[in-house]
Every structure is written in C-alpha cells, then in structure tokens.
Design a protein around this ligand. Structure first.
Ligand SMILES: [Zn+2]
Length: 282
C-alpha cells in the first residue's frame, strides 16, 4: 500500500512511527492557522481593493539567506543555496515570480539558543530582530535547527504591517536540496512556507467545511495526505467526484510528490503580493 508506509521516520531529532503520523502532526509545519476574524478581514480587504492581477506582469523577490548555526551545525553550501533558488524558480514560474539572491549578502550567525528556536519563541524574536533585512524588499529566509520534529513555518502577508521583525520563513536547514531530512530534502519545505508567506492556506484547512482554503479550484479534503499517495484515488476528498490534491505544494505529501499550485492559488498569491508586498512587482 503506497499511502501506508510503516517504516519509522526520524526527522530533526524526533522519531515518528510513520509518514502518516508525521503528516497528521503537521508535516512539521508550525505556521499558525489564522483565526476566523483574520481570515474574514483579509478576504474583505482583498475584495475592497479590486485588484487587477492582469496588470502584474513580473515579480522579482530578493532572497536574504540568514543561516543560524550552532558552531558548524547547520552550515549551508553555496551549491545548496543555488539549488534551492532553482527549486523556487521552477515552482513559482507559473505565478511569474523570479527569486534571486546575492552570495555576498548571505548572513551566517552562530548562536546555540537561536539554532534550536521554536515557533513564537523569544529566541525567534531575538534572532530575527538582530539579523533581518528590510522585509518590504527581501524574503528573509532563515535556516536553523529548530525544535525537534519541525520542518519550518512562515508569517502571513497581512502580519507584515503590525510586526515587521517577524516577517519571513524559517526552515529546518536539512530540508534544503542535498540536506539529510529525507524524504523532505528536495527544497519543497521552502516552497510550501513561501506559499504561506504569500497568503495561501493548507489545501485541507477547514476540512470539509464550507470555505476550506478559500481557493475555489482546490478540492477540499478532510486532512493532510502523506507519503506518495496514488493520484488516481480520491483518498480523503470531501466530494465523491473529486480527488484529494496530493501533488499540491500546500498539502503534506513527500517532497518528490509536490508539483503544483492551482490557477486559483496563483491568482490568490498575486492578489496578496499586490495588496501587501507590492515592492516586489516590477
Ligand atoms: Zn504549512
């Protein structure tokens, strides 16, 4: 059975009994699920803005890599950064986004407490306040060791105005291409977290409730998928005629299985960039 791997899995110093167990605990994504009020307020703001996404031709995002180390632990090579940027450019090409970075501006900082940071912790706050570049002009891309079992997290675009210091994504260092966090070491954790950073929710958000992930063309499903699920099967799709989006970047399948944003997600990313991150539009 493809979707029921029974071998145990060790991710970021924590052992899980199976890929399913890891996915059900969140595929290590600690991005906060927005509350009902935040969701409604954002939707209303996008509605009122009457954004014409046809006018957005090209989007360029400067990536500020910030590698938090514990002595030598967490080191990222130039080749890994290049491969990660290539993965991002391939994934976001349908959106019209180009990511680039300058090797001369990569930051490295060793701090044992910050290396083990948790989502929402004082260590996260301190590290970001000290190391960030301008969040309006950069994607602050932090790598670190993180609390056991986590792969990463992101802030949402509407959080930028109220909290500039926290903006960006935090990624387990070994998920970058060539890292040791197999089967999550092809760089898709960064794609997934940037999806959040540009306003997307998980495809299974809300389960089978009415609004789901607020994107019309992602089939709603009752919870995350994991491993390499057979895409000819419906799995946990809510409607009988639909299939769970097992290849969607905002689901929890293995890195090798993640290959797509839907047109509805692409439209929503562009709306969020226009409304909250317009300095990236060229
Ligand atoms: Zn996530």
């Amino acid at each position: 059975m493809i979707n029921k791997q029974s071998t145990s899995l060790r991710i970021n110093e924590k052992t899980f009994n199976s890929l399913d167990e890891f996915a059900l605990q969140g595929r290590g994504c600690a991005t906060t699920r927005p509350n009902h009020y935040q969701i409604e307020r954002n939707d209303e703001r996008l509605r009122v803005a009457r954004i014409d996404i046809q006018r957005i031709e090209s989007i360029e995002i400067d990536v500020q890599f910030i590698h938090i180390l514990d002595e030598h632990k967490g080191k990222i090579t130039e080749d890994q950064r290049n491969q990660q940027i290539k993965v991002l450019n391939d994934a976001f090409k349908p959106v019209g986004i180009t990511f680039r970075y300058s090797p001369n501006h990569t930051k490295e900082h060793s701090n044992r407490e910050w290396f083990k940071m948790d989502h929402g912790s004082a260590a996260e706050r301190q590290a970001k306040s000290a190391l960030r570049s301008s969040p309006e002009r950069h994607l602050n891309f932090y790598t670190a060791g993180l609390r056991g079992g986590l792969l990463g997290w992101a802030t949402f675009p509407w959080e930028l105005e109220g909290d500039r210091d926290r903006d960006g994504i935090v990624i387990l260092h070994s998920t970058l291409p060539g890292g040791s966090a197999a089967p999550y070491n092809l760089g898709m954790t960064a794609v997934h977290e940037i999806g959040h950073w540009l306003g997307l929710y998980h495809t299974f958000q809300g389960g089978c409730d009415a609004f789901g992930d607020h994107v019309g063309d992602t089939p709603s499903h009752s919870g995350p998928n994991s491993g390499t699920p057979d895409d000819s099967m419906p799995h946990n799709a809510c409607k009988a005629e639909e299939k769970a989006p097992v290849h969607n970047y905002m689901n929890y399948s293995n890195d090798q299985w993640l290959t797509e944003f839907t047109p509805g997600q692409i439209e929503r990313i562009k709306m969020h960039i226009s409304e909250y991150r317009s300095d990236f539009i060229v």
